[in-house]
Ligand binder design. Structure first.
Ligand code: TRP
Length: 337
């Protein structure tokens, strides 16, 4: 039976936080355990260069993200787990797709339009000020990531749907132009129920708001951060609304249905914020302790991570290389004999 191919990339610029875990890592690891699925998960480090030109940061983030996924239990015998920059076929395909992709399509990409909008607001003479070709062509690289492995399903956040549509467009043009069914049309999968965690200040947990709780900080730091989560000024004894409370939301993303119902009752009974925070900290800490230990061991053994990624790259390239040969040939770049 042909397995459904599920593929997603993680841009390697930040340190993984609770929001990443709940929204992306946990569902991805669960999906990869389905025997009807072949999953492809990769570190989008070429994408990282668009946003981050600090080599140390790029390097560190790649290591942290790889260690995080492994510590949280990704089975790499099952999922194909690799680093984008280890697959030279991807930038090659990016170029081929660039040559069939209308520039006008890229003009409409959200990230590019937002950057132009910022320039306009700042009153800049040049609407493209500070915008690189990397940012402009970002969706083409992403299309190459997806089309290279003929992914059927691409789990992404809502902000990425447009990029998948663009990948479909490029796939169609290439197939049409070179008269073949080279590429499968990928589909974005946006989980409506997917939890978007709030951060310390109550806005969406995001590196750009600087309000995250990193997954594997020390116990002490975790406690400090949980204590910093914004709550209101209700006193102990006064009933509290769990449904508008970030602390409660974070707890319920980890806890079972029963545990969540129990805390809900305590909110109604007027649990004090200090007690509630300690409770949430204890809970998170108990659940993160083991993966945190695995994470630390992995971070101290980058050689092992390298080996895992090398194996993933080898598996990925065993598909990408022959496929790229076919594509080259289709475009007239095959060998003479
Ligand atoms: N652009 C995606 C993001 O920022 C990351 C990414 C890169 C990706 N290549 C991909 C996601 C391919 C899905 C498929 O979240």
């Amino acid at each position: 039976m042909n397995k459904t191919r599920v593929l997603t990339g993680i841009t390697t610029t930040g340190t993984p936080h609770l929001g990443n875990y709940v929204g992306a890592i946990k569902p991805a690891i669960a999906a990869s355990q389905d025997p009807n699925v072949q999953s492809f998960y990769f570190l989008a480090d070429l994408h990282a260069l668009i946003k981050c030109q600090d080599p140390k940061r790029v390097e560190q983030s790649r290591l942290e993200i790889a260690a995080t996924w492994l510590a949280l239990g990704l089975d790499t015998d099952n999922a194909i787990f690799y680093r984008q920059s280890d697959i030279p076929e991807i930038p090659e395909l990016t170029w081929m797709l660039s040559c069939v992709c209308a520039k006008g399509l890229m003009n409409r990409a959200h990230a590019y339009k937002a950057a132009v909008g910022d320039n306009e607001i700042a009153g800049s003479q040049d609407p493209d000020k500070g915008i690189t070709m990397g940012l402009f062509g970002y969706p083409v690289l992403m299309a190459a990531d997806i089309l290279m492995f003929n992914a059927h399903k691409v789990p992404v956040g809502r902000d990425q749907i447009q990029h998948i549509e663009m990948a479909r467009d490029m796939a169609g043009r290439f197939n049409h132009l070179y008269k073949g069914q080279f590429f499968t049309q990928p589909e974005a999968v946006v989980d409506e129920k997917m939890e978007v965690l709030n951060g310390l200040d109550g806005r969406k947990m995001s590196k750009s708001y600087n309000n995250t709780i990193p997954l594997f900080v020390s116990e002490k730091k975790l406690q400090k951060l949980v204590r910093k989560i914004k709550t209101n000024s209700l006193e102990p004894g006064e009933p509290k609304d769990p449904d508008t409370c970030t602390l409660f939301q974070i707890y319920s993303a980890f806890a079972t249905v029963e545990e969540t119902a129990e805390l809900r009752r305590e909110y109604e009974n007027g649990i004090g914020w200090g007690v509630a925070k300690d409770r949430v900290f204890e809970y998170l800490n108990a659940h993160l302790r083991e993966p945190r230990e695995r994470y630390q061991a992995l971070m101290e053994d980058p050689g092992h991570i390298e080996q895992v990624l090398a194996k993933g790259a080898e598996r990925a390239r065993s598909e990408a290389a022959p496929f790229m040969d076919r594509l080259r040939e289709a475009a007239g770049l095959g060998r003479f004999i």
